[in-house]
Structure formats: structure tokens, C-alpha cells
Design a protein around this ligand. Structure first.
Ligand SMILES: Nc1nc2c(ncn2[C@@H]2O[C@H](COP(=O)(O)OP(=O)(O)OP(=O)(O)O)[C@@H](O)[C@H]2O)c(=O)[nH]1
Ligand SMILES: [Mg+2]
Length: 448
């Protein structure tokens, strides 16, 4: 693959002021020169204004052309970049011409894959690039920029070194008769292992909690029928997205929308009112509402302040009581009418009162505060399920290693520690990687 020279449009299709076509590989310079005037020379890393021609010598555009000489390029190979005027037609014509001179069309993610194969970046950095394109918040982008700079790679290297040094320590024990092994040596190794295990566990936990920084947070609006959930969604969106009526059970299936709150893009679901539904479709809707709770990062539980709590409200209260790891905001709606609800039951919750008929501004402020509680951007974060899976496996193997260590079964101990090391390696520099790479890079966008 890597001896082929590949090309792709690197910018998004559609209207824009500039479009970039990128060529990478041994023949990048030679192929690209065919599109330029014969006497034109390209100095590495110098932006040159050039006329670009098609194969039948028609002028395509005046473009900025930049040559990056191997190994000082993104892929580590020779790269030529054409920065043409925007829109998809010109860039496509440049690409077609490059192909007619022998370039191959790049597969999605192929530039980044080449960067990895040529040792310019490791796998965790490649993943950071892919996620950066899709990230749903400014804080997410900051975390990814740090990972791209090697923050996670450094941590992984360091943790692997700590494990290797514990392996070396354990080797010392081979020289002792079992009864002569100093207790403090065993205890020291155990203590350090436990601390690495706990550290890995806490990174996984906090990464899962902050997943929404990159993928977008999910917020669901729940409550019994008729309390004003859809009215709240509509007010948040500033238009009548969901049907609102005084008939209980108006929303039968959840409605999902994206809303920008502060620096986050939040996915909001307005759900079917939770009650003992009688007809099948409504029942399914109610089941779905309850399922939403599991998938959400934040839940807005709505109650009608103008009526007394009933059994259906109690069911909703029950649900939010039992939801761990979930940010709950209680909304007492309809405060434009006389209040009948008993406030005492809500004392342990973050509660706000409002009228969806008038404004939900105070709800938006509280949601923004909740979102900022997820934004511990200084902490290390694993950014993909692949990374989380590897760290979880490493953590489990460290756990399995503890018992043989204390029983002085050193072979078993080192077997598990070696698997833990291998699992960590997968995050940055896997030994066996072909299948993994194909899967990972195929999810990239074209031209990246
Ligand atoms: N007075 C008053 N009425 C409201 C307020 N919010 C909603 N309503 C009314 O309450 C009724 C129910 O509102 P919806 O938004 O459809 O309620 P829902 O919770 O989505 O109901 P379901 O979809 O049936 O679960 C409608 O007649 C709304 O106009 C409010 O703040 N004050
Ligand atoms: Mg509704």
C-alpha cells in the first residue's frame, strides 16, 4: 500500500472559500508537477502561487501549492498540497487530474494511517485526530489537543515502565528461599500494583462520566403525562417542535433534538409521560422513557407544581432516587398557577421552579452549571471504547497477578503482568495491528 501515491480532497464538500487537495507518496512531487508550468519549481515548505492545468492543458485555477518533503510531513512521505478556490468542482477537477497522472484515490483515514505506519504518530494520537473532527464541545477539543500532543502516550509509557520495574523487582525473589523473602519486598510490590490498578480504575470511571465532552451529552426530560415536558423542550428550542396539548399522553415516542448550551452541544430527548399505559404503543413509549434514564448524563424530572403529588409522580421520584451517577435537575413547572405541590419531598434534589409558558432561562443556567461539573479537563481522559477496553483489561490482569504474587508463584504473576503490559501497548503501539487498524481508520473521514 505505502508505495502507492494517494490523493484526496481534504476539505469538507460544499461551499467554502478554500478547498485543499492533498497528495502523499513517493511520486507526489512528480505527479503534481504535471499540473504546473514546466519551469515551476517547488521549494519545500514554501507557499507558491501557481496556475494549475488539467491534462488537456486547460487552466483549472490559480492555487497555492505547498510541497512537504519527506520525512517532514504529516504522513512522513512526500506531500503536495493544492489550496484552490472553494466549492467542490475545482478541487474535484484537480483530484481527477492527479489520478489521471497516476495517483490513487486515498481511502478514508489513509493519510493518518500512513502517519501511524511511518511512526509519525501513535495510535492514541491518531484517534485524537479522528475525534477532534467530531467533538461536541470546546472542552472536548482541549482534551483531544492534549492527547494529540502525546499526553496519553506518555502516561501509558510511564505506567508500562512501572509494571516492568515491578517485574524486575519480583525477579529478585527467585534468589531467596521462600521463607527468607523479606516481607516488605512483597508488600511493596503489592502496594504499588494496587495503586496502579486503582489509578487505572479511576481513569476509566472518570472517562466514562465525561464521555459527553466529545460525543455530546444526553439530557432527557422525564415526568408523568401533562406536566409540561414538551412545553419545556419547545421553549428551550425556541420553536414549537413537539406537540403540546392538555391531553395526557400527547408525546408517545421520544423526540430528540440538539441544543447548544454554553460551549456544549447537548442532545435533548423529550420523552413520553411515565404512567401505567394501557395501549401498546404508549406502553412502548413509556418503556423507552425509562430506558432513556440509563443512557442520559443529565435528567430533568418535571412535576406540575399546581397539583398535588400522585402515584405517577411518586414513580418518577422513585426512578430518580435510584439513578446513580446521574445529574438530576427537578423542575416544578406551572408556577403561574397556584402552587399545591409539597416541596419537602424534593429537598435533596437540585430544584427549580418555572413556568414553561413564560421562560426556561433559569433551567438553562442550571444545566450549564451541571455540564461544567463534567468538564474536569485537567484530568487524563480515555477517548474511545477501544482505549477503555484496553485499560480495563490491564486493570483486570493486575488484579489477577496479586494472588500469585502473595503465594510467590512468580511465573503466574509475571504472566498476568505481561498481559497487562500488552493491553496497555494496544493503546499506543499494538504488536498485532492490521485488523485493528483497518477497522479504526475506516471510520475516519475521507481525505484525513
Ligand atoms: N399554566 C401552564 N400550563 C402549562 C405550562 N406548561 C405546560 N402547560 C400546559 O400543560 C399541558 C401539557 O403540556 P405538555 O407540554 O404537552 O405536557 P407533556 O408533559 O409533554 O405531556 P405528555 O406528552 O402527555 O406526557 C398543555 O396544555 C400545556 O399548555 C405552564 O408552565 N403553565
Ligand atoms: Mg409531551
Amino acid at each position: 500500500m505505502s508505495n502507492q501515491t494517494v490523493a484526496a480532497v481534504a476539505t469538507a464538500s460544499g461551499v467554502g472559500s478554500i478547498a485543499i487537495v492533498r497528495v502523499s507518496g513517493n511520486s507526489a512531487l512528480e505527479i503534481s508537477k504535471n499540473l504546473l508550468n514546466k519551469d515551476m519549481s517547488l521549494e519545500p515548505r514554501v507557499a507558491t502561487l501557481a496556475s494549475v492545468y488539467s491534462k488537456d492543458s486547460n487552466l483549472i485555477d490559480q492555487a497555492i501549492v505547498i510541497y512537504f518533503k519527506s520525512p517532514n510531513s504529516f504522513t512522513g512521505e512526500d506531500i503536495v498540497e493544492f489550496q484552490s478556490h472553494g466549492g467542490s468542482v475545482i478541487a474535484q477537477e484537480i483530484l481527477d487530474t492527479l489520478v489521471s497522472y497516476g495517483a490513487y484515490l486515498a481511502k478514508p483515514g489513509e493519510f493518518t494511517q500512513r502517519a501511524f505506519l511511518n511512526g509519525k504518530i501513535d495510535l492514541s494520537e491518531a484517534e485524537a485526530i479522528a475525534k477532534m473532527i467530531e467533538t461536541k464541545s470546546v472542552d472536548g477539543a482541549k482534551i483531544l489537543a492534549r492527547q494529540l500532543k502525546g499526553e496519553l502516550s506518555e502516561y501509558i509509557d510511564n505506567t508500562r515502565d512501572r509494571l516492568i520495574s515491578l517485574l524486575a523487582h519480583s525477579e529478585v525473589m527467585i534468589d531467596y528461599a521462600e521463607e527468607d523473602i523479606p516481607d516488605d519486598l512483597l508488600n511493596q510490590i503489592e502496594e504499588r500494583l494496587v495503586s496502579i490498578r486503582d489509578e487505572l480504575e479511576s481513569i476509566v470511571k472518570s472517562s466514562l462520566r465525561r464521555k459527553g465532552l466529545i460525543e455530546g451529552f444526553w439530557l432527557s426530560i422525564i415526568g408523568k403525562p401533562n406536566v409540561g415536558k414538551s412545553s419545556i423542550l419547545n421553549k428551550m428550542l425556541n420553536y414549537d417542535r413537539a406537540i403540546v396539548s392538555d391531553i395526557a399522553g400527547t408525546t408517545r415516542d421520544s423526540i430528540e433534538e440538539q441544543i447548544k448550551i454554553g460551549s456544549h452541544i447537548v442532545r435533548v430527548a423529550d420523552t413520553a409521560g411515565i404512567r401505567e399505559a394501557t395501549d401498546t404503543i404508549e406502553k412502548l413509549g413509556v418503556e423507552r422513557s425509562i430506558k432513556w434514564l440509563d443512557e442520559s448524563d443529565i435528567v430533568v424530572a418535571v412535576f406540575d407544581a399546581s397539583s398535588e403529588l400522585d402515584n405517577e409522580d411518586l414513580k418518577v421520584l422513585d426512578l430518580i432516587h435510584n439513578s446513580n451517577d446521574l445529574e438530576v435537575i427537578v423542575v416544578l413547572n406551572k408556577i403561574d398557577i397556584d402552587r399545591k405541590i409539597d416541596l419537602a419531598v424534593f429537598k435533596e434534589f437540585n430544584t427549580i421552579s418555572l413556568s414553561a409558558k413564560e421562560s426556561v432561562d433559569n433551567l438553562i443556567i442550571v444545566i450549564e452549571e451541571s455540564l461544567s461539573s463534567f468538564s474536569k479537563i485537567d484530568e487524563l481522559m480515555l477517548i474511545s471504547s477501544r482505549q477503555i477496553d484496553s485499560v480495563n483489561r490491564a486493570k483486570d490482569e493486575i488484579n489477577y497477578a496479586l494472588e500469585p504474587l502473595l503465594n510467590i508463584e512468580l511465573e503466574f504473576f509475571s504472566y498476568h503482568i505481561n498481559i497487562a503490559i500488552e493491553a496497555l501497548n494496544e493503546i499506543t503501539k499494538p504488536y498485532r495491528h492490521e485488523e485493528l487498524l483497518d477497522k479504526m481508520f475506516s471510520e475516519f473521514c475521507l481525505g484525513k
